[in-house]
Design a protein around this ligand. Sequence first.
Ligand SMILES: NC(=O)C1=CN([C@@H]2O[C@H](COP(=O)(O)OP(=O)(O)OC[C@H]3O[C@@H](n4cnc5c(N)ncnc54)[C@H](O)[C@@H]3O)[C@@H](O)[C@H]2O)C=CC1
Ligand SMILES: CC(=O)N[C@@H]1[C@@H](OP(=O)(O)OP(=O)(O)OC[C@H]2O[C@@H](n3ccc(=O)[nH]c3=O)[C@H](O)[C@@H]2O)O[C@H](C(=O)O)[C@@H](O)[C@@H]1O
Length: 483
Amino acid sequence: MSALGPSIYGSELPERELRERLIGGEIPVAVYGLGKMGLPLAGVYAETTGNVTGVDVDPTVVETLADGESHVVGEPGLDDLVAEQVERGRLTATTDGAAAAADAGIHVIIVPTLLAEDDSPDLATVESVLEDIAAGLEPGDLVVAESTLPPGSCRDVLLPHLIQESGLERGELGLAFCPERTASGSALRDIRGRYPKVVGGVDAASTRAAELIYGELTSNEVHAVSDATTAEAVKVFEGVYRDVNIALANELGRLADELGISVREAIDTANGLSVCQLHEPGPGVGGHCIPYYPHFLLSRFEEPMPVMRTARELNDAMPSVMVDRLADRLAATGADTDLADASVLVLGITYRAGVEETRASPALGVVDALREMGADVAGIDPLVDPAEYGARPVALEDLPDEPFDGAILVTAHEEFEAIPWSDLEPMVVVDGRDALDLSGTAHSHYTFAGSHDGSAPFGGGDGSDDGRSAPLEPRRTDGGTDV
Ligand SMILES: NC(=O)C1=CN([C@@H]2O[C@H](COP(=O)(O)OP(=O)(O)OC[C@H]3O[C@@H](n4cnc5c(N)ncnc54)[C@H](O)[C@@H]3O)[C@@H](O)[C@H]2O)C=CC1
Ligand SMILES: CC(=O)N[C@@H]1[C@@H](OP(=O)(O)OP(=O)(O)OC[C@H]2O[C@@H](n3ccc(=O)[nH]c3=O)[C@H](O)[C@@H]2O)O[C@H](C(=O)O)[C@@H](O)[C@@H]1O
C-alpha cells in the first residue's frame, strides 16, 4: 500500500492509535482465497476494519461476492454477513491479486496447501499468492498466513520468497503465521473467538502486529507463541492428534464384531474419564485438512514417525474395511450374493455431512473398491453429482423403484433422514456412522463398531442376524441385554 498510509508492521504509533486506525479502515486489508474458510474470514475482517478486498482466482466466486452473496453453503450467519458488508462497501472482491496487493497494508493468505503425487507438501498455491503480494508490497506491510503450512514454511520459504520478489529487505516487511482453528459449519463462531487465537511471527515486530490485529478480530485471548514455526507446528499437531486418535478409534471399532459389543458404547463410557478422549470410529478420514497434515511432517524429517505413518495407513484402509464388511454380510444372507453380481448404493459422497468437499472423501475409496470387485455402484448425495465420482446417480424419491443388494452409508447427510427405508426392497445395509434406525424394516443392518445405544454391529433390522457371522460370546442383540 502507499508508503504514505499508516503501517502496521514496525509502526511507531502508540498502540491505541494504531488500533483506531485499523478499525477505522485506514489500513486496507486483502484476503487471498475466498473459500470455505477464506470467505468467513474476509467477512469478519470486514466487520472489524470496514476496508477489505477479497481476492480469488475463480471468477464465479468473485462475481457472487460482488453481488452480495456467499457461494459457501451451510455456514450459519455467513449469507447475512456478506450481504451487509458488501452493501455497506466494506467488502469488495476481485480476481486481480496484484492490484489488491498494491492497495493493502495487511495481506491475509487463506488458500489451500496441497500435496504432490508423492504426498510431499505442495506450496504452489501459496506461492502464487506470494507473487501477487510481492508485486504490491511496501515497507511496513504485514503478511499473515492462515493457510495451514508445514512447520518452517514462513521462515524458510515464504519470507525468502517475499524478500526476493519484492526487493524489500528483512525487517522492512512483517510475516506472521496465525492458524485457522475453525471447522466448516461453525466458521464464523470459531473465527470470532471460539478458541484462543495463536499468532507467531518471523520476528518480534511481526508477532506484535498480528497480536494487535487479532486482538480486534477475536473475542477470545490472543496467544502469542515464540515464533512462526511454533505457530505452524501447533496447527499441524492439532490435526495429527486427530488423525492418530481416529485411527485408534477405527482399530478398536473393528474389534466390535469379534467382541460382540458396541465399541461406540465402550468408547463413550471410557471417555467419562477426563484423561481419555477417544474419537469416533467411522468409514475413514476425509477432507483437505486432517488427512493432509501428517504429510506436512512425514515427508520432511529423518525421524521415522511410525505412529503417524501407521495411523494414515489405518485410516486410508477404512473404505476397504466397509466394503469387506458388506461382502461378508452379503455372503452371510440366504441369497449368498457375491459383490461382483451386486448392485450397491453408496450414501454420501462428500467427506462430511452438509459440506461440499470431496477431497480425500472415504466415499471415493468405497466407490473404487466396489467397482474393482465388479459391483454395479449407484450413489446419492444432496451436494455433489455422484456421476463425477464413478457412481450412477440415484434420486432419493426414486429409491423405492430400484432394488439394491446392499448399501453403505459413508456420510450422514440430514437429507437421508427422509429415506423411506420400509418401502425399499430388503437389502444389506452397512452403516459406517451409526446414523440409521432400521428397526421395524426387513433390511439386514450392520453398524460398524456398533451403536451408541449399546447395540452390537449386527443388531437392528428384523432380517439382520442370520447367525452366519456370529460374533464371539458374549454378545448383545437387543440394545442392552446379554443373551
Ligand atoms: N475447511 C476447513 O475446515 C479448514 C481449513 N483450514 C485451512 O484453510 C485453508 C483454506 O481452506 P478452505 O477455505 O477450506 O479452502 P477451499 O478449497 O474451500 O477454498 C480455497 C479458495 O482459494 C481460491 N484460490 C486458489 N488459488 C488461489 C490464488 N492463487 N489466489 C487467490 N485465490 C485462490 C480458490 O478458488 C478457492 O475459492 C487451507 O490451508 C486449510 O488447510 C483450516 C482450518 C479449517
Ligand atoms: C471438528 C473439527 O473442529 N474439525 C476441524 C477439521 O475439520 P474437518 O472439516 O476436516 O472435519 P473433521 O470433523 O475433523 O473430520 C475429518 C474427517 O475425519 C472423520 N472423523 C472425524 C472425527 C472423528 O471422531 N471420527 C472421524 O472419523 C470425519 O468423518 C471426516 O471424514 O479440520 C480443521 C483443519 O485443521 O483444517 C480443524 O480446524 C478442525 O479439527
